[in-house]
Ligand binder design. Structure first.
Ligand code: NAP
Length: 274
């Protein structure tokens, strides 16, 4: 009975248990289970250390444990190491990475599927795209790593400019203070603006009327929190992708790593939006 989980603090709000449980059922993996585990930072390493013996095949890791998850992994993927965070752990023996990757060999392997999840959600490759990433936190690191790696020309704006500069020095991309909104093919909001009802057009360097047709606008924020930003972008003729689609895509990549099976994306979408 292989067990899976999402580990966070807090974690009760997570859509991953509903989404992954629906996917496991659709794949006929009736003996697998997926649960939410709330663990405080001080207890994270000890708890993860016990999981393999308790029958866990793997886990998703969310705020605030993604850096700690990387630190625990004996076999991090290149993506996880370069991003500096892991959101997917595999306990013993599974293969990780797009080309078969390193083998955990009984230890803990780690991947960052936030990066691949963003790329999977895009309708086409961002090669040569002019991209603007808003934010310089953990979600920004994964987005910038993914976009730079795919050959996009990435500008990064952050409220605290020094963080954008440090991040670009580390991962590539160019820190900008006043991005020209209409000139980007792709705009990715990785800030938490909107999550608590903040007005994106007050907090971010964007105008509601400044989007243009043909742009692709991605908001990592889930649900209602992305409505103002994506509503304005969609009204201007931009293609929009919300945070739940990114959640589905990163979860699908994790599920493929654990099970080796093709994830049922539509089942996962329906369950995530539940
Ligand atoms: P984080 O590390 O705490 O970073 C937060 C970022 O938001 C920072 O760049 C911060 O700027 C910025 N910010 C916060 N309030 C702001 C405001 N009022 N105005 C302008 N900028 C503001 O968080 P994270 O882990 O990167 O997560 C960011 C968001 O992405 C969250 O909403 C999270 O739920 C979402 N997320 C979604 C997925 C998904 O699968 N859809 C995956 C990961 C994360 P400063 O540096 O100036 O503080």
């Amino acid at each position: 009975m292989p067990r899976l989980a999402v580990i966070g603090f807090p974690v009760a709000h997570s859509r991953s248990p509903a989404m992954q449980s629906a996917a496991l059922a659709a794949l006929g993996l009736d003996d697998w289970s997926y649960e939410a585990i709330e663990v405080a930072p001080a207890d994270f390493a000890a708890r993860v250390g016990e999981m393999a013996a308790a029958g866990f095949a793997g886990a998703n890791v969310t705020i605030p444990h993604k850096e700690a998850a990387l630190a625990l992994a004996g076999v991090p993927s290149d993506a996880a190491r370069e991003i500096g965070a892991a959101n997917t752990l595999v306990f013993g023996g599974a293969e990780i990475g797009p080309d078969g990757g390193p083998d955990a060999e009984g230890g803990i392997a780690a991947e960052n599927t936030d990066a691949g999840g963003l790329l999977a959600a895009l309708p086409s490759t961002p090669l040569d795209a002019r991209a603007l990433v808003l934010g310089a936190g953990g979600a920004a690191r994964a987005a910038i790593w993914a976009l730079v790696g795919e050959g996009a020309r990435v500008d990064v704006w952050n409220r605290t400019a020094a963080r954008a500069e440090a991040l670009c020095a580390d991962l590539g991309g160019k820190a900008v203070a006043a991005p020209a909104q209409a000139e980007y093919d792709l705009i990715v909001n990785t800030t938490s603006v909107g999550l608590g009802g903040e007005d994106p057009f007050e907090e971010l360097p964007l105008d509601a009327a400044g989007f243009v047709p043909g742009q692709l606008v991605v908001d990592m924020v889930y649900g209602e929190g992305s409505a103002a930003l994506l509503g304005a972008a969609g009204a201007a003729g931009a293609t929009v992708i919300d945070g739940l689609e990114i959640l589905v895509q990163q979860g699908a990549l994790s599920l493929r790593i654990w099970t080796g099976l093709e994830p049922p994306l539509d089942v996962m979408r329906t369950a995530a939006r539940g």
